[in-house]
Design a protein around this ligand. Sequence first.
Ligand SMILES: [Zn+2]
Length: 55
Amino acid sequence: MAIWQCSSCGTIKESRCKPKKCPQCNSENTMIKKEGVTTKEEACTSKRTCKKRKS
Ligand SMILES: [Zn+2]
């Protein structure tokens, strides 16, 4: 899951795909992906990497 934030009103939405429009202000193409946010999938991937390193 990725975190998306509306550049217009700042609403944060969690979605796998990029939202077409903001659920709060209904502005189109304002949802921008927030970088540096750890999602569940990313955490799972890093755990696998740790196990590989140990073995
Ligand atoms: Zn908005």
